[in-house]
Design a protein around this ligand. Structure first.
Ligand SMILES: Cc1cc2nc3c(=O)[nH]c(=O)nc-3n(C[C@H](O)[C@H](O)[C@H](O)COP(=O)(O)OP(=O)(O)OC[C@H]3O[C@@H](n4cnc5c(N)ncnc54)[C@H](O)[C@@H]3O)c2cc1C
Length: 602
């Protein structure tokens, strides 16, 4: 496998040239205290070293050896414990954490890039700290002062990790039917009893304690999602002097044997009268858990991107070296590589298609991820209108980040594998591991089908299109501001058509759903992808605009980075954005063809 190189230049381009993050940080008082451009650059560079030098090298062995289980004890693959210690000692487990409890309070725009690096290096490793960061976020927002003081500091220090315990064997997408019970105790705590499955990092040897965030119901709780409460259940009790006490009857029954992310421990967890502490209000647990779940949903989207970036880097290096066949135009334009028995496969149109698909979709996903992260930073640190808008856009785009990036991520790992021909199917080159590792991202943290329903039903339809308008208003304002810029016409005109099409599709589906609500479920997946390609077109137009300006500043020919951006933007608009046309046709075709067929006829 090619050595992983963090795309630091692209990250800086997004932060400072496209989104002017440094100016935004200065404007938001709390962020201004934490971060400036120099600090951010130092963080990205140091994190790149960890990802390239410590994490990427252990990924292959992690895949081959995997996690082992012996009588309840879970042992991670060789090198993981050492890598985790190095990572924690470097302070990386505190990066986005609350400054009042030992966190570094870095903006999401930076922590998202840090997550991408971890995931390109090794998704399995990334899951341990990223889940802990999500649990800490939920605890910081909803936990009592006592819980925060006791647990958050140790989680940020990397001494304790966390897990997210939602799924039960009969309850996956539908959490309203969980059976795990919480019985109130006189001391204010709860005894938690139940079985959770598929729990990532539920048990392992990386940290001395594991903090489980568990969904459970009190015996008299209302039925369905309104009766769910959230509890913090530590693996070991914590004594008043902060030392670890007795075991809390939390045990790992087994681990799963999986298609990919083999170095991530996926555990069956048993809680047997384990002591738990309420987070947030009784029966409001799902809302508290959503703080973590929304964080993880964007995080899982970034996992898809991370794997796809690695796939592209490997495939590009391979394509440059691999000699097969002659270019189609050899007879007309002469042989390109006469000293060798064949040309590099880079000469072939289909190979260029595959590489450019990956490049355009990866750079577009990274840019869109930065845009969404910026909205989250406004939502957390902004004031007034800008905060309200940030919240709305982050909520609207979270299911898009999760499902669109992971569908593209999986597509791009398969595309990268295809560039290798047969060599992509065998283990030697590492491409097949990327395909296997990326596949889960479309499934966990709410399947992509559930994300599509979240976007179209919960966000767009429930707000009668108002949430969409927040986004389309911004894009239309951008189009108006740039419509007289001749150099941008090739981007602005198709962007305008695309946004109009999205608006029209939305109105069409909402109208049809008045007669038949099944129209929404039947078109949700297509709709999410139309939305994704539209949002990506907006971001590519903004990147193209900056590149055009920079090209002018750098003389007629511009420099390579901006030239490459412009070429890739053109490729996106001409070769990838048209995908939305067939998606729109499919979404508009109605639900009858799905529901007219009886179940017996399948
Ligand atoms: C490796 C791995 C790690 C995981 N880690 C964790 C973890 O750390 N914590 C945790 O709690 N869980 C975890 N999970 C569980 C994961 O989040 C669930 O598997 C996932 O949410 C789907 O639930 P399910 O498997 O029960 O599928 P189901 O809910 O049974 O879904 C089956 C199919 O039906 C579709 N479907 C279901 N309901 C609807 C609906 N209303 N509308 C449209 N389509 C629908 C789904 O999209 C899917 O295609 C993990 C799973 C795996 C495999």
């Amino acid at each position: 496998m090619a050595e992983y190189k963090v795309p630091l230049k692209d990250m800086s381009f997004l932060l400072y040239e496209v989104f002017k993050a440094d100016q935004m940080w200065q404007k938001l008082p709390k962020l201004a205290e934490q971060v400036d451009k120099d600090t951010a650059q130092a963080i990205l560079q140091e994190c790149a070293k960890i990802a390239e030098q410590e994490l990427a090298p252990i990924s292959r062995q992690g895949d081959e050896v995997g996690v082992t289980f012996n009588e309840g004890v879970v042992t991670t693959a060789p090198g993981y414990k050492e890598a985790f210690n190095t990572y924690a000692e470097g302070g990386w487990t505190a990066l986005g954490g609350d400054v009042n409890y030992g966190g570094m309070g870095m903006p999401k725009m930076l922590t998202a890039m840090h997550e991408e690096m971890l995931c390109s290096a090794d998704i399995s490793f990334a899951l341990y700290p990223v889940l802990t960061a999500g649990a800490a976020l939920s605890l910081a927002k909803h936990g009592s002062e006592a819980l925060k003081e006791r647990y958050l500091t140790r989680m940020y220090a990397g001494e304790w990790s966390a897990s997210m315990c939602l799924t039960e064997s009969h309850s996956g997408s539908d959490l309203g039917i969980i059976r795990t019970k919480a019985i109130p105790q006189e001391d204010g705590s709860y005894n938690i009893t139940g079985n959770k499955i598929f729990i990532t990092g539920g048990e392992h040897d990386l940290t001395e304690n594991i903090v489980h965030l568990v969904l459970a119901k009190l015996p008299d709780a209302p039925a369905g999602p309104r009766g769910i409460s959230l509890f913090l259940v530590p693996k070991f009790h914590v004594n008043d002097d902060e030392t670890l006490g007795a075991h809390n009857n939390v045990s790992c029954g087994s681990i799963e044997h999986k298609m990919g992310i083999n170095a991530s421990a996926t555990c069956v967890m048993n809680f047997d009268d384990s002591k738990g502490y309420l987070i947030g209000d009784l029966n409001k647990g799902l809302a508290c858990m959503f703080t973590m779940m929304n964080f993880e949903r964007i995080g899982v989207g970034i996992q898809g991107l991370g794997a796809a970036v690695r796939s592209y880097q490997n495939a590009l290096e391979y394509a440059k070296d691999r000699l097969q066949g002659r270019a189609l135009d050899s007879k007309v334009n002469g042989v390109k590589n006469p000293d060798q028995e064949a040309d590099s496969i880079m000469v072939h149109g289909d190979v260029r298609r595959m590489l450019l698909n990956m490049k355009a979709l990866n750079e577009g996903s990274r840019a869109l991820s930065s845009y969404i992260s910026m909205q989250l930073d406004y939502a957390t640190y902004g004031k007034g209108e800008e905060q309200i808008k940030g919240e709305a856009l982050a909520a609207l785009m979270t299911p898009v980040a999760k499902a669109f990036f992971t569908d593209l991520g999986f597509e791009n790992t398969v595309t990268g594998q295809q560039v290798f021909g047969g060599h992509g199917f065998i283990r030697e080159w590492g491409q097949e591991q990327l395909v296997r590792d990326a596949r889960i991202t479309q499934i966990y943290e709410g399947t992509n089908g559930i994300q599509a329903m979240d976007l179209l039903v919960r966000k767009i339809a429930s707000s009668k299109g108002a949430m969409l308008k927040v986004f389309t208003d911004e894009v239309n304002t951008y189009i108006q501001a740039n419509k007289n810029n001749a150099a941008m016409t090739e981007f602005i005109v198709p962007l305008g058509e695309t946004v109009n099409d999205l608006t029209e599709l939305t109105a069409d589906l909402l109208a049809k759903s008045q007669d038949n609500i099944n129209e929404l479920g039947a078109s949700a997946n297509d709709y999410l992808h139309v939305f994704g390609y539209t949002a990506m077109a907006y971001i590519w137009a903004r990147m193209a605009q900056v590149s055009l300006d920079q090209k002018d500043n750098n003389g007629d020919s511009g420099n390579d980075f901006y030239q490459s951006k412009l070429h890739t933007a053109r490729y996106y608009f001409t070769r990838l954005l048209p995908r939305r046309i067939s998606l729109i046709a499919s979404a508009k075709s109605g639900c009858d063809c799905m529901f007219d067929i009886n179940d017996e006829l399948f």
